[in-house]
Design a binder for this molecule. Structure first.
Ligand SMILES: [Zn+2]
Ligand SMILES: [Zn+2]
Length: 465
């Protein structure tokens, strides 16, 4: 069990939604002779550009990696325009700064129709993936021989390679030299109104226009910040492709204008969304959109008041839901009762109820909720919920039922050291529990929860224990 004795959430952010530590502890592999040779080549642009015409196709991947990481724009453009494989993914590579320049170079490399260069190397690129995705290789070598030759190909849009189909495309285009094969550009878009965003969007628009309809712009993750005028961008997108949506600081009316058509959403994250009443049209329309999201697995609502009304949201959620974040949602005991009843049929793995100051005169609703979720719950957060010794003590028996629990976080609650010891003794039998994030005990503060009143000596003693 890992003791993290500080409510500082910095360490906690290293946890992903499935509760795995995301820190890469593996020592870096030493460079190979090939890596060193490629590094030398990319440092000399004219040598690199000549090499692209001559090198065997296997060397394109290390050359791309080196050009991308080093931000060598001209080499990148040339590599993309002659890419000898059907797909190209940024994948797990770190984005160099300024990232907009690097993405611009890659977009520049996309040609319509693909241009045959002097080396008579036939460009094969059909899917350019500008998303960072740790699970994705640079190219999907495992399925090149099978249509549609890429694991990340769009499955939903009518303009996707899958829907248009290679056979249909060939039938309609007898001259492969002049025709435009269907292509896909995969992106994640963060619309925050910055200059970088506007620049990147205008490049994408240019590319879609140049393609004369052959390029499908496929956005999988769309994040919209309050300050951004998203309407023009939405017109460019097929909303059926989007699987992650985040909206910050908007009205519920605006959210309801963004959601239609997003029927394949797997994750929805809304932060500080304003609305006036649960009985008015925006809230009802929001519920109606939610009810159509049959693939929704993660729902995160923060600063989204659901006081005594959480049941209205829970009832329309997909049976697929496995992660629920309800931070700062003004939840009450009545809401916890609704949750325990409605969620007991679901396989909820992650529940975050942090920053809800629930009146704890009765802990039975929380106990019931934990017991009803106990068989599947892997990750539970109850940070800043004004949980005292008495409340913690009364929920410990229910926590012991949660045998699948891997992560338990209840930082920033007024708990004493003896109660913390008691908790740790009681949860030790939970064999899957790997991480417990607990609060600094009360006696370390002169005045609870004022950082300035922390007694460093007492804290050091707690840490050593
Ligand atoms: Zn691929
Ligand atoms: Zn798509």
């Amino acid at each position: 069990m890992k003791d993290i004795c500080h409510p500082d959430h910095r360490e906690f952010k290293e946890l992903d939604s499935s509760g795995q530590w995301c820190i890469d502890m593996d020592p870096k592999e030493p460079d190979t002779l090939l890596d060193l040779a490629i590094q030398t080549v990319v440092k000399n642009e004219s040598v690199a550009l000549r090499a692209i015409e001559e090198i065997p196709q296997e060397l394109f991947i290390p050359l791309f990696n080196a050009a991308f990481s080093g931000g060598h724009k001209n080499i990148l453009k040339a590599v993309v325009s002659t890419w000898p494989f059907p797909c190209l993914h940024i994948g797990a590579l770190d984005m160099p700064e300024p990232y907009c320049d690097v993405l611009e170079a890659m977009l520049d490399g996309l040609q319509f129709p693909p241009i045959h260069n002097s080396s008579s190397r036939v460009p094969k690129l059909r899917i350019l993936d500008l998303r960072q995705n740790a699970d994705c290789m640079t190219t999907c070598s495992g399925i090149w021989n099978k249509f549609p030759f890429c694991y990340e190909v769009c499955a939903y849009s009518e303009k996707s390679i899958v829907k248009i189909g290679d056979a249909n495309y060939r039938l309609a285009n007898s001259d492969p030299q002049t025709s435009r094969p269907p292509m896909e550009l995969l992106v994640d878009l963060y619309l925050d109104g910055t200059w970088m965003t506007s620049e990147f969007l205008s490049l994408i628009c240019d590319k879609v226009e140049q393609s004369l309809g052959s390029l499908h712009l496929c956005c999988r993750d769309l994040q919209i910040d309050k300050s951004f005028d998203y309407k023009k961008t939405l017109k460019l997108l097929d909303r059926a492709c989007i699987d992650h949506l985040g909206v910050d600081e908007a009205s519920l009316c605006e959210v309801c204008m963004i959601m239609p058509g997003m029927v394949h959403l797997s994750s929805l994250n809304l932060y500080k969304i304003k609305f006036r009443s649960y009985n008015r049209k925006p809230f009802k329309t929001f519920l109606s959109h939610l009810s159509r999201m049959n693939d929704l697995q993660e729902l995160s609502l923060a600063y989204f008041s659901l006081k005594n009304h959480v049941h209205k949201v829970l009832r329309v959620l997909s049976p697929e839901l496995d992660s629920l974040n309800l931070n700062f949602c003004d939840l009450t005991n009545k809401d916890l009762i609704s949750m325990s009843q409605i969620l007991q049929e679901r396989n909820l793995k992650m529940l975050n109820l942090s920053h809800n100051h629930i009146p704890w005169e009765n802990t039975q609703p929380l106990r019931l909720l934990l017991e009803n979720l106990s068989s599947n719950l892997q990750h539970l957060e109850l940070n800043s919920c004004l949980i005292t010794d008495g409340i913690l003590s009364s929920i410990i028996p229910s926590l012991r039922f949660c045998t699948s629990l891997r992560v338990l976080s209840f930082a920033c609650n007024p708990i004493t050291m003896p109660e913390l010891r008691r908790l740790l003794q009681n949860i030790t039998p939970l064999m899957k529990l790997k991480y417990v994030i607990y609060p600094i005990p009360l006696h370390c503060y002169d005045q609870w929860h004022f950082r300035d009143s922390l007694d460093e000596e007492k804290l050091a003693e707690v840490k050593s224990e």
